[in-house]
Ligand binder design. Structure first.
Ligand code: ZN
Length: 200
């Protein structure tokens, strides 16, 4: 058995430790907001795993891209025979509520279709909720959002008035920026001062 590294005993140091804390909260803490879906729904934490050292020994470290998944029974308990480390995608494919869509003879989950047709899973779900047929949802290309003709304060978003914000690359209103900009105000004040000085 590998020796426990000290970091595991301190909160915030180990991802595996934080994951274990999360399980404990959901399953054992009646005040946890998720308790009703876990402990309150009959999900148990294997008694030996009430101690983190035992959980770590049985499950090993959480791989960086994976988290705890109850498998094969997604409604079952946290116990060695029903736990694995899995990626978010692997977990989604294993959910109770997994929706499968059949199109052109193929049945896949929504995330799998999203990969296939290059339309986001959330967009696909939104379309189906809005009453689109499976065929429409999977085949109609995503419409690019049309840029708004005016900024929030009504300045026209055209030509020179548009600039790209350096922090997020999004289109923004130059007039608003100038009105907000301290640098701009300082320069404007300086110009006014210079004008007054020159006028004397
Ligand atoms: Zn504006």
């Amino acid at each position: 058995m590998p020796a426990l590294s000290h970091s595991h005993t301190r909160k915030g140091k180990s991802r595996t430790y934080r994951i274990w804390c999360g399980i404990k909260q959901r399953v054992l803490n009646t005040n946890d907001p998720r308790y009703s879906d876990y402990g309150g729904a009959g999900v148990k934490l294997y008694v030996r795993w009430h101690k983190f050292e035992n959980f770590l020994q049985d499950m090993g470290e959480a791989p960086p891209d994976k988290s705890i998944d109850r498998y094969p029974d997604p409604a079952g308990s946290y116990e060695p025979s029903n736990c694995r480390w899995a990626t978010a995608k692997e977990q989604q494919n294993n959910r109770r509520t997994t929706v499968r869509l059949t199109f052109q003879g193929e049945t896949l989950t929504i995330p799998q279709w999203a990969d296939r047709v290059k339309i986001g899973a959330d967009a696909l779900r939104g379309r189906l909720r809005s009453g689109w047929s499976v065929e429409q949802a999977l085949t109609v290309p995503v419409e690019k959002k049309r840029p708004k003709p005016n900024c929030q304060r009504g300045h026209p978003m055209r030509g020179n008035n548009i600039y790209l914000r350096p922090d997020n690359g999004k289109r923004a209103c130059r007039t608003c920026r100038n009105k907000n900009s301290k640098v701009h105000n300082r320069r404007r004040d300086a110009r006014t001062r210079d004008a007054r000085t020159n006028a004397r």
